[in-house]
Design a protein around this ligand. Sequence first.
Ligand code: SF4
Ligand code: SF4
Ligand code: SF4
Ligand code: FES
Length: 574
Amino acid sequence: MIHAKINHIDVVVEEGTTILEAAKKYNINIPTLCHYPDLHINSDCRICVVEIDGYRGLKTSCSTPIRDGMMIKTNSPRVLNSRKTVTELILANHDVNCTSCTRNMNCELQQLSKNLGIDTSRFDNVLEYKDIDDQNPSIVRNPNRCIKCGRCVDVCQHVQGMHVLERMGRGHDMDISPAFGLPLNDQSCSFCGQCANVCPVGAIIEKDNTNLVWEKLHDPTKHVMVQIAPAVRVSIGEEIGLESGLISNGKLVAAMKHLGFNHVYDTNFTADLTIMEEGTELISRINNGGTLPLMTSCCPGWINMAEQEFPEILPHISSCKSPQQMFGTLAKSYYATKTNMDPEDIYVVSVMPCTAKKYEATREEFSVDGKHPDVDVVITTRELGKMFRQMGIDVNRLPEVEFDSPFGITTGAAALFGASGGVTEAALRTVYEIVNERPLEDIVFNSVRGMDGLKEAEVNLAGTTVKVAVSHSLSNARKLIEEVIAGKSPYTFIEIMACPGGCIGGGGQPYGTTNEVREHRLASTYIVDGNMIYRKSHQNPDIHKLYEEYLQQPNSHIAHKLLHTDYQYRKKRT
Ligand code: SF4
Ligand code: SF4
Ligand code: SF4
Ligand code: FES
């Protein structure tokens, strides 16, 4: 063990602990800017410096291991002066226009400046304005607000394995940018939004669609309906000041009604529908010698990567649209017919944990009539939080309200879609019972739960043992994809989610998403599953009703027309 003193307080920690970690353990706050839990330590910003007796220069606490006998000061005049100077220099090269920035009041640079008592700067602003990249439907990159902390580069390169963002140039002239400064739309970007989730300032943000939603909510000619994805309910609490974890669905629905939505629906319904369609597709591929392994299709971040980089893999991907898109299609076909409404008057909003869903909704093929999109607009969990704050809605004080019908009943299987491994677990619960014609005794597949990057399970289908695999984060997905392309995959079914932990860790989720927070959201997801009356998609009575009234049976002609799609090679720069 290491014995040292921080601000005259005795600390005892394990060897290899950094000064920052040791200080945190003893509730001593050292400010940071480039450091982010779970990412590489780059030591780019020098905000976290401390003074150590006997050492000449100040040391960065995020990267310096604490040593036996060290006497460390975290708040000496020399340290405070250094932090202040560094922060002022960052501000002098920054578009300091806080009131027009999405991150206003939620910005790590703004908070740091406030904490350091910086109200005026000793340095003139020398920022040379660069073009803002807002040419894609998902992400906006504003280089004028970039503080060059490198978090986005690290998450894009090492967590996602995408290498879209790079450090260009050296020293003072170093810039963070996609290669050749090209827009993200011209790059092989998955639009996963992990870069936006870790950016400490307003330099990479989701494309804000809240004004589009307000406009339609105030338009009396529009019937505005909203669907809420499974992963949003276990994270929205963080947007309104609660601990990461559960918020009651009933209060969330009530708050959506206060915003003015005509009807509030649950994407979990079309997650159940996805299982019926995808499960049937899997059984059909197994029985008829179809292309295996079957790979899941509900994550547009992964679909983007597959279409841009791996054309050979496309026949393996399920033809099912994602639950978001299935909902949009049904809203403008089945629902419009049932309620005697002109689809043109229906406006479908999605609340998703995801920035890639914004792109997905704009794809040409996701339109019933080829003119109007099935899903009109997508907002993230963060944007929903913003709308609640704009209206001053205190979600926790509202009486509970149920999701609207039709599509009102959902299952625990569907709730699992928000977690890595959830689609697999939901699919196995249904496919097992359909193929084996007997109840599945133990419906919890622990081996595909949790944060391991690659997980697998085995299930017996009609006397044959079938292997399934699960991966989350795109760097992990590459290993499974390369195995499939090489013809060496031992699996029959593969689930891929682009974001770490699955959608509970999506790019549109509240800021401050770390592995610890992801674990809380996962635990809440499993609680939601455990509390449901129905826990298998094929038990959902509203799903049965939908097939009886409209879709006939899974994979029928009409189900194929409305609920399935195909994929194409979309070559981009890689
Ligand atoms: S959206 Fe994802 S793939 Fe694109 S730049 Fe950001 S982290 Fe990289
Ligand atoms: S875009 Fe954001 S995360 Fe990336 S280097 Fe700039 S400030 Fe850091
Ligand atoms: S894992 Fe979920 S949040 Fe992330 S890109 Fe895929 S669908 Fe979106
Ligand atoms: S937080 Fe340590 S150098 Fe940036």
